[in-house]
Design a protein around this ligand. Structure first.
Ligand code: NI
Length: 196
């Protein structure tokens, strides 16, 4: 198994998460080339996991940290509990990190609808219809080809993150009316943030 997820240690550098409408989020990401499977890639994946846990989120794709590469990380299993009520400090446990590089769907079937959110689209939560059951082939951080079968939340999360690699954000999966509404809202929100 890959070194980054085996005996995972919660450590790394926090990376800046880019928000919509940053153009990197609407760009199709590039494949990770064979010569790029090195320690630098492992370090990047470690830092992406750390950033995801701290956000907190259940998935993070490389375009979300401004890197247009076909890489994403997920963990739909970890626990996050406030150290003491109102402290604002959290203890994370039961990590189950997964790293996907150059993923490809081998199977997509069934339907599932779930309310999604995205670290790059703050404040937007909407129902999105996805495939219920998927099989994905991908490379781990050593460049070895792996396959995973996923259902329910893991399946949803993988599809959401894979969309990021294709320059698709989850509001693109909504009706045109809703999509345009949230686009305007997010652009306005970002402008407001930039001026305050
Ligand atoms: Ni997202």
């Amino acid at each position: 198994m890959e070194q980054v997820v085996e005996n995972y240690k919660y450590e790394g550098k926090e990376l800046e998460i880019v928000t919509y409408p940053d153009p990197v989020l609407t760009t199709v990401a590039e494949e990770v080339k064979p010569e790029e499977f090195n320690d630098e890639l492992k370090e990047l994946c470690k830092n992406m996991l750390y950033t995801m846990y701290n956000a907190p989120g259940i998935g993070l794709a490389a375009p979300q940290i401004g890197l247009s590469k076909r890489i994403f990380v997920v963990d739909v299993d970890y626990d996050r509990e406030e150290t003491s009520e109102g402290s604002g400090e959290y203890t994370l446990s039961n990590f189950n990190p997964k790293v996907f590089i150059n993923p490809k769907f081998k199977l997509k079937e069934g339907d599932i609808t779930y309310q999604e959110g995205c670290l790059s689209l703050p404040g937007v939560y909407e129902d999105v219809k996805r495939y219920e059951h998927i099989v994905v082939e991908y490379q781990n951080t050593n460049g070895e080809v792996q396959e995973i079968e996923a259902n329910e939340l893991l399946s949803i999360c993988i599809q959401h993150e894979n969309d990021h690699l294709d320059g698709i954000v989850f509001i693109d999966r909504l009706s045109n009316l809703k999509k345009n509404f949230f686009k305007k809202k997010l652009i306005k929100q970002k402008k407001l943030q930039a001026t305050t």
